[in-house]
Design a binder for this molecule. Sequence first.
Ligand code: DCP
Ligand code: MG
Length: 418
Amino acid sequence: MFILSPFHTPCFFMFRRIAHLDMDAFFASVELIAYPELYGQAVVVGGARVPRPVRKPDGSLHFARLKDYAGRGVVTTATYEARALGVFSGMGLMQSSRLAPAAILLPANFEAYRDYSRRFKAAVREITPRMEDRGIDEIFLDLTELSEASLPLARRLQAAVRTATGLSCSIGIAPNRLLAKIASDLQKPGGITILTPDDLSARIWPLPTGKINGIGKKTAARLHSLGIESIGDLAQTPVEVLCLHFGQHWGEWLSRVAVGIDDSPIVTWREIKSISRETTFERDLHLRRDRAELSRQLDALCQRVAADMIRKEMTGRTVGVKLRFADFRLATREITLPSALPAPPTPETLLAVARQCLKKIVFAPNRQLLRLLGVRVSTLEPLGNTCEGSMEETKKTQAAQTKNEDSPQTPRQAELPF
Ligand code: DCP
Ligand code: MG
């Protein structure tokens, strides 16, 4: 059943056919391809610095167990067997070790995940190029113009993904992105869920409001405080009440999504705004005592950002650094160069500008412990636009920036912290 209030647009009835495809336990499933002996076991993927499996003299591998872990890492993902024990993405590894002490712990291998991500997306593009890339393991597809029925089409997509990667995925097909995204999650793993407008009251309304993409923990908690738990509850709440509590724009949006209305298009090409990498340290690092380690971390981040830039065939004019102190306060500084970083961007040039950015931060005596460090490049442009000669120009700019930083008007940093 559908309720339409005056502000609800009729776009829902334009009969679009949108699919959302999401890989099942993505990082963990990629790891199982590397370690097939772990199939069927509770496996947890932690950060990149979790211990790697060690080869024993008999040739077999020794895997770390969660119970042996000590540190501040978090679960990036877990196999469904581990989830059955209560382990979920984002949970601290120490906390998860209390729930599943015998679970296998593997380090994250982001290169491999990116590779599998590219492979499954390429396989899907062979079936339809009308694809919106939503991140490492999910995509939206606009299937409206394909004549094939939804079920065989979804099966064909799953088969193509499996052939290209050996991995399984779940697919939701619905008249819009909002419902397709909810649908893909309804029958994981390996599910195909096709929703029509008639399914709204039976399949969507019983779900908690947090299942709607865009309703995060904070909004769900505010809705909960108003006695609104399910999407059905939300649908029955007068729009005026929602506008009163959430403002007009947000209130009207909540009212629309509760009745399954979403006319946002599939964006097949999205401008990349920035390329960045950041790392949360295993333990807080001290500006002076851990200077060498901080320097190494900064260098590693620049290496990764430079590699990303080359892979994405981009360079940029603005370089920024981000620091999070132990007390969670954030500091960001950036420098915009008159021309883009030289082509191809190198970690060394990036590092030079990142260090200039760091110089702009004044480290108070009570802000000496760092929790996180990040490096970002923005004001991007395609690599082809930049001529080799700009290297000299960049060096000059950096010299100019340094001069400026050291001028009496700017707060001075006696020496570069790391
Ligand atoms: N991820 C992460 N940190 C989180 C959540 C996810 O690093 N807090 C990573 C690991 C996941 C990948 O992103 O493998 C995809 O996220 P999903 O939410 O799609 O989770 P999964 O693919 O692991 O599981 P599901 O089968 O529920 O989709
Ligand atoms: Mg997934």
